[in-house]
Design a protein around this ligand. Sequence first.
Ligand code: ARG
Ligand code: ZN
Length: 416
Amino acid sequence: LAIALSCVFVTSQVAAEESEVVSYAGFQVWKIKPNSGEERQFILDIKDSYELELWNERRMTRDPIDFIIPPQSQTKLKSKLAERKISYVVVISDLQTAIDNQKTNINKTTSDSKAAYNMDWISYHRLNNIYAFLTYLNTTYPKLVQLINIGSSYEKRPLYVIRISNSSSPGTRPAIWIDGGIHAREWISPAVATYIIQQLVEVPANAKLLSNVDWYIMPVVNPDGYEFTHTTNRMWRKTRSVSSTSSCRGVDPNRNFGFKWGGLGASTNPCQDTYRGTKAFSEPETLATSNFIKGKSSQIKLYLTLHSYGQYALIPYGYDVVYPPDYNDLLALANNAASKFVKYTYTVGNSADLLYAASGGSDDWAKSIGIKYSYTFELPDRGTNAFTLPASEILPVCQDFFPALDVFATKVATCC
Ligand code: ARG
Ligand code: ZN
């Protein structure tokens, strides 16, 4: 999901970012509910002077807007909103507490010494655990799994795609691509991607999902950012590349893909969270990922990228409210997939229409190179816990999501 960081807020974060762990003690998340277009504009106008960080913006006038509010702004904002009779709810009363709670169980070493790997879906995991899990699958199931190193991140971490195929000639059948972790702080995304991998590889009952389709899954597209959210700033979104013109680091990978790059909803300011980068595919992560996908573009029929939060199934295009000619095909399949969800309901629709225009997204790019079915799924929740979704929710989210893959696999086997 996108954001526009206020400059003031960014500056204070940047000062701290390289040297010390960023604390969100006293920061709150408020869901503010404008009653009119005017009120909405008022809120967006005072954003910078109150150092508010916008977390979740939707296009529609009366949709609530999620903001992160620094401690020093809470009292004055409260009276400002009261003056205008604009209502809001405090959804997270202390962000640092939510962050600390989310880390319970993290990387817990299993007490079961027979466990084959240190991966589970009851805690969030560091990159080393995720990569060790992929390596384990590669050596344990050589007939089914191939671990492919597609390049390196800015900070030289390997970028891994795992191919899962039971075909005697893998690479010749229709395929589904799934990626996660484009945005660093959306921890539920790599968690769901790794769950999917585990289910496809290790659970015999899911073998039917492999019978006609190959799978390419990249659980962490932005490993530098992901590690940075674990070590230093939990709310980091971007890559970690250094700018030649600014002391602010990082590019929004989902504004860096080479279709309609530099259009609406993509910042030219390296200090902003939606910074587009100096050119399309300026980031080694987006470049390597796109090159790999391009090389398989005749095989890949469905591109699925996992983000959070909001519970949306987003259909291209996102660069503006533009519908591809086969929009109805994409909508029907998304609706069918979303109908499998029981615990969490997802809103299905055009990306720019439901959220906001944002150019340079991976979904638009995938669509533009001829992958018919291209989606961004915004995983749970709808803002109650937002990026700090408790670890106890990981498994329920994964289990709720997984049945949708059957819908995708069935379609892709014969679609196009
Ligand atoms: N939350 C995602 C983002 O802002 C949504 C991307 C939707 N796709 C798009 N091409 N705008 O990056
Ligand atoms: Zn995202």
